[in-house]
Design a protein around this ligand. Structure first.
Ligand code: IPE
Ligand code: IPE
Ligand code: MG
Ligand code: MG
Ligand code: MG
Length: 303
């Protein structure tokens, strides 16, 4: 399913090359910490779907269409930044103190391959790398743009974004969550970084306020659809294809759409959120094909 979107593969490849190059440059710096760099590379260049990178790039392309800007390589750096932040979130998510998961992207989780302390530090360094990249002097971005991007990503990653959502996620194992609370958790832990990806791509492409609003609407709905599908895959996917353990949420009794609506109900809800995401772009439909295909992919994927 993922493989069928050619442009996503091409964006993913460009981002992989960019990250590899960035890490190699770090290797050449005077203070050499090979083990940490190795763990960072292990956690970030290991075959993720690069959906967030695809969102940054596709959103950038739609924005460029309406602003008459020409997309340049700075968008790849921004996509790399988001993917590194995401990679950090996965490394920490898998730690024994969190989801205690030994498998990620079809290989041992970072704390299994290395050790817990190294995984924590690799996560820390991946997170700061994301922000360091956004300040690179050679990016074709103004300081105002960089400032907006950093603000967007830091809010998405912090207490009112991913980290806050992960806190709720831990509580969701032991407390009853009504559907509003489940939705809030999904929006924060997963949706916020998805929204940041889309908005950041738009900002780099010079999107005006109306387009940023439409893109935010699209991505907020997409984020929930994406996490409902992730939960469905945990419930009924298979480990080999997914590259991560299945059945974990059920064992831990984690609150979810499945718990509230059952499998078929959750599938339907994911479809509704994906549809709402696409509807948000109806004023921009001529150039919205890529983002629409990502919304479809988010709910139809098998891994
Ligand atoms: C997994 O995200 C974690 C969630 C926030 C649901 P992805 O399914 O995008 O994971 P990768 O990057 O492809 O491994
Ligand atoms: C999303 O939730 C995790 C992050 C925000 C990092 P999950 O814990 O369900 O993600 P997977 O299933 O481990 O990829
Ligand atoms: Mg988790
Ligand atoms: Mg997890
Ligand atoms: Mg999951």
């Amino acid at each position: 399913m993922v493989k069928s979107i050619k442009w996503l593969l091409s964006d993913a490849k460009a981002v992989d090359i960019w990250i590899k190059h960035w890490l190699e440059q770090k290797c050449r710096e005077r203070i050499k910490i090979p083990k940490l760099l190795e763990a960072m590379e292990y956690a970030s260049l290991n075959g993720g779907k690069r959906i967030r990178a695809g969102l940054v790039c596709a959103s950038n392309r739609i924005a460029c269409q309406y602003s008459n800007k020409v997309s340049d390589n700075s968008v790849i750096a921004v996509a790399a930044s988001v993917e590194l932040l995401h990679a950090y979130s996965l490394v920490h998510d898998d730690l024994p103190a969190m989801d205690d998961s030994d498998l990620r992207r079809g290989i041992e989780s970072t704390h299994k391959k290395f050790d817990e302390a190294t995984a924590i530090l690799a996560g820390d360094a991946l997170q700061t790398a994301a922000f360091e990249i956004l300040t690179e002097p050679n990016l074709a971005l103004t300081n105002t743009q960089k400032n907006k991007l950093i603000r967007c990503l830091s809010i998405a990653a912090g207490v009112s974004g991913m980290a806050g959502g992960q806190m709720l996620d831990l509580e969701a194992e032991t407390r009853f969550f009504n559907i509003e609370r489940v939705t809030q958790m999904q929006r924060l832990k997963t949706g916020s970084l998805i929204t940041a990806s889309v908005v950041m791509g738009g900002l780099v492409g010079g999107a005006n306020t109306a387009l940023i609003k439409a893109l935010s609407n699209y991505s907020e709905n997409l984020g929930v659809a994406f996490q409902i599908k992730d939960d469905l895959l945990d419930y009924e996917g298979n480990t080999v294809e997914l590259g991560k353990p299945v059945g974990q949420d059920n064992i831990k009794g984690k609150a979810s759409y499945i718990e509230h609506y059952g499998i078929n109900g959750a599938v339907k809800k994911a479809e509704e959120f994906a549809e709402k995401a696409c509807d948000s772009l109806q004023d921009y439909w001529q150039h919205a094909k890529e983002l629409q295909s990502l919304a479809k992919l988010a709910i139809k994927r098998t891994y």
